[in-house]
Design a protein around this ligand. Sequence first.
Ligand code: IMP
Ligand code: MG
Length: 188
Amino acid sequence: MVLQEKTNQLSEKNSCLGEVLIPEEKIRAEVKKAAAQLDKLYDGRPLLLVGILKGSFIFMADLCRELSVPCEIGFITAKSYYSGTESSGKVTVSGELSQDLSKYHLVLVEDIIDTGRTLKEVVRIMKERSPVSVTVVTLLDKPERRLVEFEPDVSLFTVPDKFVVGYGLDCAEQFRNLPCIAEYIPEK
Ligand code: IMP
Ligand code: MG
């Protein structure tokens, strides 16, 4: 209830925040289910969760705390040069993973798959380091917007072709702290 009030307050102060598409209780329930899936898959196996910054930071924090299996956690940064709500198509990946990846099952943790370019590039780069396996878990998927072929292994929610913010996702670095997923409407 307190968090719903926070969303309302943010919405009053930001005229470009639209409808809440996914409330926080729904996110919490699906995060638990995804963690249960990972628990089954990686029981007794060396597991490294790799969050793709910045958008995945809240999802990663919640997902890893729902897991029962041991895991290590790392982050890399992927930038797709957004100006407003449109991506340029260029993806750069940076950041260190100090582990020898050939000893781990990797789970890439992403906030949203839009054109598919970011994850395609991240998976390509990660595979060069010969991990035992690579699994992609995304909080949100916008399949209507895909420009390159890419399917996540686990997707918690499918969203329509709308720009969304909250729960780690931003527009020009704003709204990452919104506890739910809401639509962003530039000219509202
Ligand atoms: P892709 O390379 O087009 O699949 O884009 C992936 C990245 O673009 C995501 O990791 C997000 O950071 C960003 N992105 C795509 N759609 C949205 C959105 O609706 N809201 C916020 N960020 C988005
Ligand atoms: Mg991202």
